[in-house]
Design a protein around this ligand. Structure first.
Ligand code: GLU
Length: 487
């Protein structure tokens, strides 16, 4: 039996989950779920100076918000931990010693200044910079002089010079790089910490990763990592490199795109379901015209075969559209719950005191029109304002005088006050009756009423809005509109 799939996401703890990493995590997650495999979270913090617990929390909050739960790894159980690279120094050290002992790695005492001179020279001569193996070729005397004086050194991997480094990518097919192109990579820094490529190879092997699925920005790293893995005698995982994300103008996805961190999407009122759906389609195509996918449907439908090679263009408009689709398909109760934090932030409602039935009634009326949760306060505020302040000119009916409009609103008030039951049908009958009596078109009468009770010219359907507002609020607002017109 083939060994079960084990995949990982290995974010660097940057305080916030980048959307590129979120997309990579999603594809790993889908692949794991679909194959009954294991999805692992590893924290890539070899550069421990820069990462704090809060930085890690910021990243994993993003995964949790998206609903991408992991089975093993950081903040979960597992037999292959620790899952934080800064806690795995001993493992890196022992592998480094093995490479040194077997002649696959060597100490390099070249100073950054010396390397800089060489790099600039290469630039001037318009050739790629390769480390010239100065320290590989030191005499025994030179080497022991360095050792005696305690000069700082890095460890370099002795890259093969002959042949090519090849692998078959599950997305891109056969890939090959001339070995001579590869540099003698620094694998351990002067402070003894491993570099990304070294730590990654060791962890992927020790954690028994079967498939490395990551962004195409790591393609070259894969060519660098393979010889290291081979030198360490590791079995190689399969590789799949995901298309890069670009702005619509084909530039690399960056801050200009609106939102590059998952936390930004949450703050901008996007739903995790919509973001997941959006990310799934950034680089994978389902092979038919279906565009709306739940996470479960994605688990069913996803396949690495249909991951695109071409860059994936990031169209925020599409997310905006998807978000509206998800908002419209949610239950009113769910949409209400998710709107409350946004309404509370804007001061529209006090979450501890809100009348949930009333709020749900209001949300139900706005559901069709909402595209993001951040729109909820502006859409719903008139349901909660103590009073609305209509623009007097909008209280005047089309092709009517202010006096005629005033008399019409007075009639509306009297009739509404006399209504035995307050529901949208009876309100409709009442108001249409008044319009007929006055010889007005319905719309002529409805607009001033709409403006009187909401303060706005564009609102959800009038009778339903009045029903939800209730008779007390509605009548009070019609009364104050009358006072405005009478003034
Ligand atoms: N820390 C790397 C990144 O966030 C991980 C790359 C990999 O998957 O190996 O890009």
């Amino acid at each position: 039996m083939a060994s079960p799939v084990r995949v990982r996401i290995a974010p660097s703890p940057t305080g916030n989950l980048h959307v590129g990493n979120a997309r990579t995590a999603l594809y790993n997650y889908l692949f794991a779920r679909q194959t009954d495999g294991v999805f692992i979270l590893r924290i890539d913090d070899t550069d421990a100076k820069r990462s704090s617990d809060e930085d890690i929390d910021g990243v994993i909050r993003g995964f949790r918000w998206l609903g991408l739960d992991w089975d093993e790894g950081y903040a979960a159980d597992g037999d292959y931990g620790p899952y934080r690279q800064s806690e795995r120094q001993d493992l890196y050290r022992s592998h480094m010693e093995k490479l040194l002992a077997e002649g696959h790695a060597y100490r390099c005492w070249c100073t950054p200044e010396e390397l800089d001179v060489l790099r600039k020279q290469a630039q001037r001569e318009r050739r790629p910079f390769r480390y010239p193996q100065t320290c590989l070729n030191l005499s025994a005397a030179e080497r022991s002089a360095h050792e005696r004086s305690g000069d700082p050194f890095v460890i370099r991997f002795l890259s093969p010079r002959e042949g090519s480094v090849d692998f078959v990518d599950l997305v891109r097919g056969d890939l090959s790089v001339e070995a001579a192109e590869l540099d003698d990579l620094v694998i351990v820094r002067t402070d003894g910490t491993p570099t990304y490529n070294f730590a990654s190879v060791i962890d992927d092997s020790l954690m028994k990763i079967t498939h490395v699925i990551r962004g195409a920005d790591h393609l070259y790293n894969t060519h660098r990592q393979l010889p290291i893995a081979q030198a360490l005698g590791f079995d190689l995982p399969a590789f799949a490199h995901l298309p890069l994300l670009t702005n619509p103008d084909r530039t690399k996805l960056g801050k200009r795109s609106g939102a590059v961190f998952v936390g930004d999407y949450a703050a901008q009122g996007y739903l995790p379901e919509a973001v997941v759906n959006f990310l799934a389609l950034l680089g994978w195509n389902p092979g038919d015209t279906q565009e709306i996918f739940s996470l479960d449907e994605l688990v069913e439908a996803f396949s690495l075969d249909r991951v695109n090679r071409a860059n994936a263009v990031f169209e925020l408009q599409k997310l905006f559209w998807l978000n509206g689709v998800y908002i419209r398909s949610m239950s009113v109760a769910d949409l209400t719950d998710r709107s409350i934090p946004f309404l509370a932030d804007a001061g529209t409602v006090d979450p501890d005191q809100v009348d949930l039935d009333y709020l749900r009634g209001a949300v139900a009326l706005e559901q069709e029109r909402l595209k993001t949760l951040t729109e909820a306060p502006a859409a719903l505020d008139f349901f909660f304002d103590a009073e609305v302040t209509p623009d007097p000119k909008h209280l005047v009916a089309k092709k009517q005088t202010p006096e005629a409009s005033l008399r019409a609103l007075e009639l509306v008030l009297t009739r509404l006050q006399a209504m035995p039951a307050w529901n949208h049908d009876s309100i409709e009958t009442c108001l249409r009756g008044i319009a007929a009596e006055l010889g007005w078109k319905a719309g002529q009468l409805f607009m001033p009423i709409r403006v009187a009770i909401t303060g706005k010219t564009a609102t959800p359907p009038l009778f339903e809005t009045m029903e939800v507002l209730g008779s007390t609020r509605t009548l009070a607002r019609v009364k104050s509109a009358i006072e405005v017109l009478a003034a």
